[in-house]
Design a protein around this ligand. Structure first.
Ligand code: S3P
Length: 432
């Protein structure tokens, strides 16, 4: 699908972005092994979450979708059944890596596979530490398909070589089946949705002041889950940046997940001088902070981003690069080499696509450098099969001269199937 975007005169209104992908996938996996019926309200329905739901159904879990609620008949820690066929994760890295941990300690074997895109992404980062725990898991030259045989697991002490919530979560899920304690240290704090959900379900996951995480298998299993999924900060991020860089804008983004391990973009934009007000509400039943954000047109200046902030905004760099093209001065991103192994190589992709629109952006081995501000011009750009690239390019198009045509725009359905419709409700002239 090709999508044309035109610069609108103004951006105005309120939006509840779609629900959180990371929390929905975790809710589906953990709900499936809870001791009884779980309800996940306002779950996200997208390609990634459908993959997770389909797999848990193949593993014998009854999951029903009633309007925006998922009803999951949790089967307990030991209640899953062999699927008898490879489990297809589509393009969901979160689903594959977390399931590798969940399935490593079962009494049956499994095969995890996915799309050509997912088959190119690194999996040794999970198979290796899981093997240390006693898992019998093999990858295919470091990638999917993954072959898992039944094994008895034991806890380990492991320092993550990369700041990755997916690796951490794979180990936390394997720890539910492991003998003894599992201790994990992360180089920078990553999203902690798994820890919060496990805690809400009665497991003990402790983090000491130095950041060491410790857990063990819960004797009584996991309590059933009853929760609301907040709007995905990473999906709202496109409108957050659009609201900052468009000269006539005021947007309210509602019911947003404001978990500090996810809101690094907010900190970065505020450091750039963005006009953003945060109205925090309360903790949701899944243990997640929720609130509204109001954003309006801002004069941004360039900043340096690196270190611990990178993990807290890891999915936001495509749209952050767009913000940087409109900021006065130089923006430097470092310590972000992980961007090369996301759904696409986001460093090279951003440089190539944004240059087509006139941006002054250069790649570095671990990030990029942008000089701004630049008046962008409409161009034919490619989403590169990467949802966040396609949506970031749409945001760039809102401040570009003339028409921008985004090819391969259908990939937004991975996390945000209604993206172009939502854009049309805020600025009908932008989308044709
Ligand atoms: C995710 C963690 C991040 C993120 C991904 C979703 C998760 O990946 O980029 O989109 O749900 O745990 P890494 O943990 O590999 O950095």
């Amino acid at each position: 699908m090709n999508q044309s975007i035109y610069p609108p005169r103004q951006l105005a209104g309120a939006l509840r972005a779609p629900s959180d992908r990371s929390i929905t996938v975790r809710g589906v996996l953990l709900g499936s092994i809870a001791n009884g019926a779980c309800r996940i309200r306002e779950y996200l329905d997208s390609d990634d979450t459908r993959a997770a739901i389909g797999i848990m159904q193949h593993l014998g879990v009854a999951i029903e979708q009633r309007e925006q609620t998922l009803l999951i008949a949790g089967r307990g820690l030991r209640g899953l059944k062999p699927a008898g066929q490879p489990l297809y994760c589509d393009s969901s890295g979160t689903t594959m890596r977390l399931l590798a941990g969940l399935l490593a300690g079962q009494s049956f074997g499994s095969v995890l596979d996915g799309s050509a895109q997912l088959r190119r992404r690194p999996m040794r980062r999970v198979t290796q530490p899981l093997s240390h725990m006693g898992a019998r898991i093999t990858d295919t030259d470091g990638c999917a398909p993954l072959h898992i045989e039944s094994a008895s697991l034991h806890g380990i002490a492991y320092t993550l070589p990369i700041a990755s919530a997916q690796i951490k979560s794979a180990l936390l899920l394997a720890a539910l089946y492991a003998e003894g304690h599992t201790r994990i240290t992360e180089p920078a704090m990553t999203r902690d949705h798994t820890e919060r959900l496990l805690t809400a379900m009665g497991a003990s996951v402790r983090r000491d002041p130095a950041g060491l995480i410790e857990t063990e298998a819960p004797q009584a299993g996991l309590r059933p889950l009853e929760m609301h999924v907040p709007a995905d900060f990473s999906s709202a991020a496109f409108f957050l940046v659009a609201g900052c860089i468009h000269p006539q804008s005021r947007l309210r983004l509602t019911h947003l997940g404001l978990n500090p391990t996810r809101t690094g973009l907010l900190d970065a934009l505020q450091a750039m001088g963005a006009q953003i007000e945060v109205e925090a509400h309360a903790l949701d039943a899944g243990g997640e902070p929720v609130g509204d954000i109001v954003v309006s047109s801002s004069a941004l200046r360039g900043i340096d981003v690196g270190g611990e902030l990178v993990a807290r905004m890891i999915d936001e760099f495509p749209v952050f690069a767009v913000a940087a093209t409109q900021a006065h001065g130089t923006t430097v991103v470092r310590d972000a080499e992980e961007l090369r192994v996301k759904e696409s190589n986001r460093i090279d992709g951003l440089v190539e696509e944004l240059r087509k629109m006139g941006a002054r952006i250069e790649a570095t081995p671990d990030g990029f450098i942008v000089e701004g501000p630049t008046r962008l011009r409409g161009a034919v750009v490619d989403g590169r099969g990467d949802h966040r690239m396609a949506m970031a390019l749409a945001v760039a198009a809102l401040v570009a001269d003339g028409e921008t045509l985004i090819t391969g725009a259908e990939c937004v359905s991975k996390t945000y199937p209604g993206f172009f419709n939502d854009l049309a409700t805020l600025c009908p002239e932008a989308v044709s």
